[in-house]
Design a binder for this molecule. Structure first.
Ligand code: NAD
Ligand code: UDP
Length: 356
């Protein structure tokens, strides 16, 4: 693995984001040449220092194997330039891990065109340039949100795709495009659609983590802001869902477990004949909003004031992964529990109260 991976590079789009920063770190640590392309629409250049500092702290020497580029995936000329440059220095881009995208379901209701343009047009652009350069390995960040409202308590990859917000529509559309690309030239592309459940937490050192500066839409960063006393109270959306305590149940997964699944997916594609595969990336365990609050308070010895509010539009009661397929295909088990997610997430937030 280590001998081979020096001869090529991997492009990570959205590499400065929450998932992307942990991926850059992990892939660099394993010896890959990494190019991160990010517009910083939801991150900052500072993240590259955080990644470098963490690697330095762990005494990992990455020499020149990390490029951190500011740019938009919609910029075809820039994409071509990046692919061409890598060819010229004999480290062609072997595969793309495509994370760049806007991710707020709530905002996507208000501004659907922004989501379609950024996520879908941006993705088409990437796929076109990949094809031009004969780069046909892609790991795509999809989302459990594409399943929408399901009858099933536990969701497997065959569960019907029926998103209930524009953000989810963009993700399922990108999957459809990837399917079309694959089935029109079945002996060339290697594609993994990773359908993330709810990634939370941070690197155990607290040196990498999630942007919690703006008003968070997601539960965990909101809890972090309340713990930091940036907000007085957490709104718990709904006490009348059909769940054990009336609050929504999700499948939270530690960001480092999620990162590992990308490494294994990439290696799996690299070493297999052309294929397209959809994988749920979750732990298979459900946690309610109130349970998450309680664990956070207990592990971090703090108090999270909360109050019930009415249900939020576009929410589903329960979203938990059947993760048996990814466990089998990737030979992977998510190892970190909710306590660890709460502890590590707080370690990051409490040491970076003003952001990156
Ligand atoms: P994030 O916002 O932290 O990271 C996404 C990064 O993409 C950001 O740094 C942003 O600046 C960048 N970006 C956005 N549009 C871009 C563009 N046009 N060109 C270049 N860069 C652009 O989000 P994240 O949590 O790291 O999520 C990464 C991916 O995973 C996203 O595609 C998201 O939809 C998907 N996902 C995330 C979750 C989650 O809960 N975090 C769940 C399911 C799927
Ligand atoms: N939630 C909440 N308060 C918040 C944000 C979220 O009660 O400020 C609830 C939400 O209704 C859902 C769960 O927490 O039941 C997880 O929401 P999140 O937005 O983090 O993930 P998603 O709904 O996208 O899976």
């Amino acid at each position: 693995l280590y001998m081979v991976c020096d001869q090529y590079s991997i492009l990570i789009t959205g590499g400065a984001g929450f998932v992307g920063s942990h991926l850059c770190y992990l892939f660099l640590k394993k010896g890959f040449n990494i190019i991160s392309l990010d517009s910083f629409v939801n991150s900052t250049y500072e993240v590259s220092n955080n990644i470098r500092n963490l690697l330095k702290y762990e005494k990992v020497n990455i020499q020149n194997s990390f490029k951190f580029i500011k740019g938009d995936i919609k910029d075809t000329i820039l994409l071509r330039k990046i692919f061409k440059e890598q060819l010229d220095i004999n480290k062609p881009i072997k595969g793309v891990i495509h994370l760049a995208g806007l991710k707020s379901a709530n905002e996507s209701f208000k501004n659907p065109l922004k989501y379609w343009s950024n996520n879908v047009c941006g993705s088409i652009n990437i796929f076109k340039v990949m094809e031009e350069f004969n780069c046909k390995i892609i790991v795509f960040s999809s989302s459990a949100t594409i399943y929408g409202l399901t009858e099933n308590k536990i969701i497997n990859e065959k569960t019907k795709i029926k998103p209930i917000n524009p953000y989810g529509n963009t993700k399922s559309t990108i999957e459809t495009i990837l399917n079309d690309i694959y089935f029109n030239s079945p002996n060339s592309w290697k594609i993994a659609n990773l359908r993330y459940f709810n990634p939370i937490g941070a690197h155990p050192t607290g040196m990498l983590g999630e942007n919690i500066n703006d008003t968070p839409n997601n539960l965990f960063p909101y809890i972090l802001q309340v713990a930091l006393k940036k907000r007085n109270c957490l709104n718990v959306y709904g006490n009348d869902w059909p769940t054990k305590d009336g609050t929504g149940i999700r499948d939270y997964i530690h960001i480092m477990d999620l990162a590992k699944s990308h490494l294994l997916s990439f290696m799996n594609l690299l070493n297999s004949p052309p294929k397209i595969i959809n994988l749920n990336i979750g732990t298979g365990k459900g946690t309610s909003v109130l349970e998450l609050i309680r664990v956070f308070e207990e592990v971090n010895q703090c108090e999270i004031p909360w109050e019930f509010k009415s249900r939020r539009i576009g929410d589903v009661p329960i979203c938990v992964a059947d993760n048996s397929l990814c466990k089998k295909v990737l030979d992977w088990v998510p190892k970190k529990d909710i306590k660890t997610m709460c502890r590590d997430g707080w370690k990051w937030a409490s040491s970076h109260p003003n952001g990156f």
